[in-house]
Design a protein around this ligand. Structure first.
Ligand code: 13P
Ligand code: SF4
Length: 304
């Protein structure tokens, strides 16, 4: 506790000195969320990374998020406090594999979940996040075939919502794909009054049990505005910090204790401090990749 409050003070001091902004995903550790200037889902964080006038962006999240910030703000210094914090799902599609798939399906539009590397974004037509995936897919002309990468679960959800058949990639999030329908049914039995809130990275049979499906920010907003007092949560455990903070008097139950993303938890307050002190590890994207990946992100941000 004492160490955390001391580190918090040091981070705040260094942040001012460096004219830095700290962006944190809601899956981050509570003490990391507490030092952040902005806490949000992937879409909000990329919007804020594009708009900030800070000199330094400290991205408390995983590699593809910091990379997106570097793509959107090439003149800023982007730091990822734990450089080994990756996203296993993003690693399930490489640029080379995608190029091969595009050859098989000439004329198809590639929709890339933001959980992809810069190189893969550079080979894609438009990005999406879980918050806007349905809208993005609806924005694509009806006669165009779609390749959706890399999350087969989010892809299946969007295909159902839009009625649009899509070629799905064989990728998934280990954390969300672990949740089983049995676990959700058991949680419902234990908490019969609770509403079920599910992230679309979960399997279709889990999504089918949901009262509400959305991105992390969407789930928090729903819990805040709902008359219900109890909720079963089908997304990463870090969200509980914001849920309890923003919804006083309400109770939240994780669908399974395994809803933990080790990569999201790899960033500690000590590492945030080190990053600000040393201005390392820095995330950069080579210009020839950046230009194309930027077009892919900008097409997403332009869809209203
Ligand atoms: P969102 O916060 O955009 O819902 O993303 C979930 C996720 O798994 C990010 O890695
Ligand atoms: Fe990737 Fe899943 Fe972790 Fe998000 S929760 S960073 S999608 S592994």
């Amino acid at each position: 506790e004492e160490r955390i409050s001391q580190l918090t003070e040091e981070v705040k001091r260094l942040k001012k000195e460096r004219n830095a902004i700290i962006l944190a995903h809601v899956y981050q550790r509570p003490e990391v969320q507490e030092v952040a200037d902005i806490i949000g889902d992937s879409l909000e964080l990329s919007r804020r990374a594009a708009a900030t006038d800070a000199d330094v962006i400290v991205f408390c999240g995983v590699h593809f998020m910091a990379e997106s910030a570097a793509i959107l703000s090439p003149d800023k210094i982007v730091l990822l406090p734990e450089e080994n914090a990756g996203c296993p799902m993003a690693d399930m599609v490489t640029a080379e594999e995608l190029r091969a798939k595009k050859k098989e399906m000439p004329g198809a539009v590639v929709v890339a979940y933001v959980n992809t590397s810069a190189e893969v974004k550079a080979e894609s037509d438009i990005c999406c996040t879980s918050a806007n995936a349905v809208k993005i897919v609806r924005s694509i002309p009806e006669d165009k075939p779609i390749i959706f990468i890399p999350d087969k679960n989010l892809g299946a959800y969007v295909a159902t919502k839009t009625g649009r058949p899509m070629t799905l990639w064989e990728g998934w999030c280990n954390t969300h794909d672990w949740v089983t329908a049995e676990e959700v049914l058991k949680a419902k039995e234990e908490h019969p009054a609770a509403l079920v809130l599910i992230h679309p990275e979960c399997r279709p049979e889990v999504v089918a049990l949901a009262d509400y499906v959305s991105s992390t920010t969407g789930l928090i907003k729903f819990a805040k505005e709902s008359d219900a007092k109890e909720f079963i949560i089908g997304t990463e455990s870090g969200i509980l910090h914001q849920l309890y903070k923003q919804c006083p008097g309400k109770e939240f139950y994780l669908a399974t204790r395994r809803l933990v993303c080790p990569n999201m938890k790899a960033t500690t307050l000590g590492k945030v401090k080190e990053a600000l002190a040393t201005m390392q590890p820095r995330i950069t994207v080579p210009p020839h990749i950046r230009e194309k990946a930027l077009a892919c992100l900008e097409r997403m941000l332009a869809v209203k």
